[in-house]
Ligand binder design. Structure first.
Ligand code: AMP
Length: 282
């Protein structure tokens, strides 16, 4: 595995791979790598000839300055972890390399960016689209791998690829969890022990919600999950929505057609955690 910090050096190296007609898989990340990220790298390795992984903490997607400042940065251990995988090219650019001039592009994702994460993190998905489109331009991958953990992000990326007519296949990868069910996240490292202890309640309640489908109404399940989690005092639900998996429109009743996903954001102290579960396939 080789580390690249400049666009030119990475592009020169990849040019050769492209010219051989090799299939290039790309896994964009913000680092502080865990098993969830590594599962994306593994899937990329099983479907592509060459795997490129990027680590870049993208300032334009943080709507909260403290969140950006506190985001864990563990480059050395990340490199050691990646060295054990099928990753051949590791790209870790500085902010000025990715954004030599400020990126002023404005994307329009309609409803996809106004609900859930979009409602509570204004500008977040515009920043995600800016950085991912920029990284796609640099790497020119055939396939790119994203986790279902960031469910709404995946819907946005798919829509961006459609809008820009990019010849890139977006491959969704399953959520990897800790033994106690907590979805793996770089932010888990920031949880104080008392918050880490109760954080698995989030997934327990998502599973309860799945069990209750058709036994209770959509609204009853939403209320149930919010009340159960908030009852712990240490956790505060920001939203729990039950949405259609492609339009992200709120589901009113279980009789509606389409796959329904329960998406949640919870504050564990100052740390914001997100998770989701497929509730019903119709
Ligand atoms: P991040 O570094 O948080 O920007 O995440 C980089 C990629 O890893 C995104 O596509 C995430 O959806 C994915 N990812 C993060 N956590 C998990 C997880 N627990 N399971 C699967 N994929 C994940």
């Amino acid at each position: 595995m080789k580390l690249y910090t400049t666009i030119t050096s990475l592009q020169n190296a990849l040019k050769e791979e492209h010219s051989k007609g090799l299939k290039i898989g790309f896994v964009p990340t913000m680092g502080a790598l865990h098993q969830g990220h590594l599962s994306l790298v593994e899937t990329a390795g099983s479907m592509c000839d060459i795997v490129v992984v990027s680590i870049f903490v993208n300032p334009t997607q943080f709507n909260d300055k403290n969140d950006l400042a506190n985001y864990p940065r563990t480059l050395e251990s990340d490199m050691n972890l990646l060295a054990t995988t099928r990753c051949e090219y590791f790209f870790s650019p500085a902010v000025e390399e990715v954004y030599p001039v400020p990126d002023t592009r404005k994307f329009d994702f309609g409803n996809l960016e106004t609900v859930m994460e979009g409602a509570f993190r204004p500008g977040h998905f515009n920043g995600v689209a800016q950085v991912v489109s920029r990284l796609f331009e640099i790497v020119l991958p055939d396939m790119a791998f994203f986790g279902r953990k960031d469910f709404q992000q995946m819907a946005i990326i798919k829509d961006m690829v459609r809008q820009l007519n990019l010849p890139i296949e977006i491959v969704p990868c399953d959520i990897i969890r800790e033994k106690d069910g907590l979805a793996m996240s770089s932010r888990n490292k920031l949880l104080l022990p008392e918050y880490r202890n109760c954080a698995p309640l989030i997934y327990q309640n998502l599973r309860d919600a799945k069990y209750l489908v058709n036994l209770k109404t959509v609204q009853e399940i939403k209320d149930y999950v919010v009340n159960q989690i908030n009852a712990t005092q240490l956790l505060r639900v920001e939203y729990f929505e039950i949405v259609d998996d492609t339009t992200l429109m709120s589901v009113e009743s279980w009789s509606e057609t389409g796959t329904k996903v329960g998406c949640i954001a919870v504050y564990a102290g100052k740390i914001r955690l997100i998770d989701n579960i497929i509730l019903d396939i119709n």
